[in-house]
Design a protein around this ligand. Structure first.
Ligand SMILES: *Cc1c(COP(=O)(O)O)cnc(C)c1O
Length: 341
C-alpha cells in the first residue's frame, strides 16, 4: 500500500478528509449490515433529533504504526463498551461491541494510506459516533439512528517536545451530580466551550473543574482525567461518578501498579490537597499525559515541584512505559494492542 503524500511531520489537529468512512443505519428496531462509503457529507432532515435535542455520543481513539511496521490500535474493546454506556444513558440503541471493533478495523484498513509512518509522532485519529437522525420535535428519543466511523490524520499533540501546561480552576461546572459527566456525549462539550474560550482568553491552557455540588473536590478537565503523584510516590486519581472514565488513565493506573510497582489510589481528591502533590498530569488519548506545571485558583498559584520545563520523573516513567507498550517496545498486557494489519 502506498502512503499518501502528506507532510507527516507537520500535521496539526484538524480535520483532513480521508477516502472511506463506515456507516450503519438503525431503523425499525435494528441495525443494517453497515458499509464503507465515499461521501463524507450527511444529508438529514432539518428536524433530525441530533440537531434539535443533541442526541449524539462519540468515541475517540488512534491507529498508528509500530516499529515493526504494523498498524495497530489500543484497547478498542473499551471504547466499544464505553459507547454502549453512553448510548444507554441517552436512550439510544446499543451498537454491538464486536461490530464497533469491526467497523473501526474496516475503516482504518480502508484508510491505511493515511496512517502516519512510525517515528513521525503523528497518528490516524478515529472518530466513531452515533446520532438520532429522524425528525423529532416533541421531546423524546429518535427512532432512527446512524452510527459512523471516520478517520483523520493528526500530528503529535505537543509539537517540538512536551511542555508542562498551566491550568486554572474554572468558575463554570462541567457536569452535575447524577447528570451525564460519565458518558462521552457531545452535549458535555457544547457547554464546556464558553469555559475553555474564557480560560484561553485569560492565558490558561485548560480548566480544572471542581465537583459542582460542593466545589471542594477535583473532577477533571474538559477532555482529560487528572493523575497526581504524591511526594512519597503514590499515584492518586480522583474518583467520582461525574468523571468520564478515561481509557488512558485506567491504563496508566494499571501500568503504575503492575509495571512500575507503585501504589495507586482512586479516591476523593480535595482541592486543598493539590498543593501537596509532587506532580500532576492530564490523561487522554490525544496526548497520553500532558504534564501540568501550575494550577491557578483566582490568582493564587500552585506550582508543582516538577516545574515548567519538563515532566516530573514519575509521570515521565508512566508516559515512557505506556507509549512503549503502545509502540511495541515493551510487552503489552494481554488484549491491549489490536493489530489491524
Ligand atoms: C474522552 C475523554 C477523556 C479521555 O478519555 P480517553 O479514553 O483516555 O481518551 C477524558 N475526559 C473526558 C470528558 C472525555 O470526553
Amino acid at each position: 500500500m502506498e502512503k499518501k503524500n502528506l507532510d507527516w511531520n507537520n500535521l496539526g489537529f484538524s480535520y483532513v478528509q480521508t477516502d472511506k468512512r463506515y456507516v450503519s443505519n438503525y431503523k425499525d428496531g435494528k441495525w443494517d449490515d453497515g458499509a464503507l462509503i465515499d461521501d463524507p457529507n450527511i444529508v438529514m432532515n432539518e428536524c433530525a433529533g441530533v440537531l434539535q435535542y443533541a442526541q449524539t455520543v462519540f468515541e475517540g481513539m488512534k491507529a498508528y504504526t509500530t516499529e515493526d511496521g504494523h498498524i495497530v490500535t489500543f484497547r478498542p474493546d473499551l471504547n466499544a463498551s464505553r459507547m454502549v454506556d453512553s448510548a444507554k444513558r441517552l436512550e439510544m440503541p446499543v451498537f454491538p461491541e464486536e461490530r464497533f471493533v469491526d467497523a473501526v478495523v474496516q475503516t482504518v484498513k480502508a484508510n491505511a494510506a493515511y496512517v502516519p509512518p512510525y517515528g513521525s509522532g503523528a497518528t490516524l485519529y478515529i472518530r466513531p459516533y452515533m446520532f438520532g437522525i429522524n425528525p423529532v420535535i416533541g421531546v423524546k428519543p429518535a427512532d432512527e439512528y446512524q452510527f459512523r466511523v471516520f478517520t483523520t490524520p493528526v500530528g503529535p499533540y505537543f509539537k517540538g517536545g512536551v511542555k508542562p501546561i498551566t491550568i486554572c480552576v474554572s468558575d463554570f461546572d462541567r457536569a452535575a451530580p447524577h447528570g451525564t459527566g460519565h458518558i462521552k456525549a457531545g452535549l458535555n462539550y457544547a457547554m464546556s466551550l464558553h469555559a475553555i474560550v474564557t480560560a484561553h482568553a485569560n492565558g490558561f491552557d485548560e480548566n480544572m473543574y471542581l465537583d459542582s455540588a460542593t466545589r471542594t473536590k477535583v473532577e477533571e478537565t474538559g477532555g482529560a482525567n487528572f493523575l497526581f503523584v504524591t511526594k512519597d510516590n503514590k499515584i492518586v486519581t480522583p474518583h467520582s461518578s461525574t468523571i468520564l472514565p478515561s481509557i488512558t488513565r485506567r491504563s496508566l493506573m494499571y501500568v503504575a501498579e503492575h509495571y512500575l510497582g507503585l501504589e495507586v489510589e482512586e479516591r476523593d481528591v480535595y482541592f486543598d490537597e493539590v498543593k501537596d502533590f509532587a506532580e500532576c498530569g492530564l490523561c487522554g488519548t490525544a496526548a497520553v499525559i500532558s504534564p501540568v506545571g501550575k494550577v491557578v485558583n483566582h490568582g493564587k498559584e500552585i506550582c508543582f515541584p516538577s516545574g515548567m520545563e519538563k515532566m516530573g520523573p514519575t509521570i515521565q516513567k508512566l508516559y515512557d512505559t505506556l507509549t512503549g507498550i503502545q509502540m511495541g517496545h515493551i510487552e503489552a498486557p494481554e488484549g491491549w494492542i489490536k493489530v489491524i494489519e
